[in-house]
Design a protein around this ligand. Structure first.
Ligand SMILES: *[C@@H]1O[C@H](CO)[C@@H](O)[C@H](O)[C@H]1NC(C)=O
Ligand SMILES: *[C@@H]1O[C@H](CO)[C@@H](O)[C@H](O)[C@H]1NC(C)=O
Ligand SMILES: *[C@@H]1O[C@H](CO)[C@@H](O)[C@H](O)[C@H]1NC(C)=O
Length: 225
């Protein structure tokens, strides 16, 4: 009996052990384990997502900033270029002793010489004998002539073959612009005074006017930067 009871007790306790500790505890453990695992997974996932988002956010803001700063740089470049260009134009001042006209500098010689020697003198000054574009320019040039009756050679002479007035740049003179009076034989060269445009023998000694044209210089420094 006793043994039976013990056996039954043992059996009971074993049964209860089996029932209470091992059987229900197994799925509980699995459950607990899986919930921790899931939590860790969720945490990990969130961390990864957060990191990814941060990285994306950072890259986007870096790209944005870079683009902005390059726009800014471009703006500065344009500004600098503009300054450079205006400086270039300002640097193209007339040399000392030359007179500034719109778009050109004039040199009025203090001494007389032949037309040919005047032509040579201007080229040694890295300029040319005066070319006159129109009546407006002629007016401005005449304002630079102080003495009445003083004649100044300009870059215009008579061609032997065609008997036409030709500028030293190769163009023929438009008689509507300049009405030339005087000598029209061979070897005729043109000079101007305060009031007239007169042709004379090219070997006559007159003063002369050289010109340098003012053009915005487009050189390497300006265009490459
Ligand atoms: C351009 O010139 C102006 C005035 O001349 C000056 O105020 C400005 O700072 C200059 N900009 C640059 C980029 O040099
Ligand atoms: C030559 O100079 C004259 C007078 O300034 C001008 O009318 C003409 O256009 C010039 N020709 C050339 C080819 O530059
Ligand atoms: C007239 O000018 C041309 C250059 O345009 C020159 O070659 C020629 O010798 C000049 N004529 C005279 C007579 O000086």
């Amino acid at each position: 009996m006793d043994g039976q009871v013990v056996y039954a007790d043992l059996n009971l306790s074993r049964g209860s052990c089996l029932a209470s500790s091992s059987a229900p505890s197994l799925p509980q453990d699995v459950c607990q384990g899986s919930s921790w695992h899931q939590f860790a997974l969720k945490l990990g996932c969130s961390a990864v997502i957060l990191l990814t988002l941060t990285v994306i956010g950072l890259s986007v803001s870096v790209i944005f900033l870079r683009r902005n700063s390059s726009v800014e740089e471009n703006r500065v470049d344009v500004q600098e270029n503009r300054n450079e260009t205006t400086e270039k134009l300002n640097l193209l001042k007339c040399p000392e002793g030359w007179h500034l006209l719109p778009e050109k500098c004039l040199f009025l010689s203090p001494i007389p010489n032949t037309w040919k020697d005047s032509l040579t003198d201007c080229s040694t000054k890295e300029s040319s004998l005066l070319l006159i574009q129109d009546q407006e320019e002629l007016k401005l040039i005449r304002k630079q002539i102080n003495e009445k009756g003083m004649l100044f050679w300009i870059g215009l002479n008579l061609t032997l073959s065609e008997k036409k007035w030709k500028w030293i740049n190769g163009s023929f003179s438009n008689s509507n612009v300049l009405q030339i009076t005087g000598y029209t034989k061979e070897r005729s060269c043109v000079s101007i005074s305060q009031t007239g445009i007169i042709s004379e023998d090219c070997d006559t000694e007159n003063r002369w006017i050289c010109q340098k044209e003012l053009k915005p210089v487009r050189n390497k420094v300006c265009s490459d930067s």
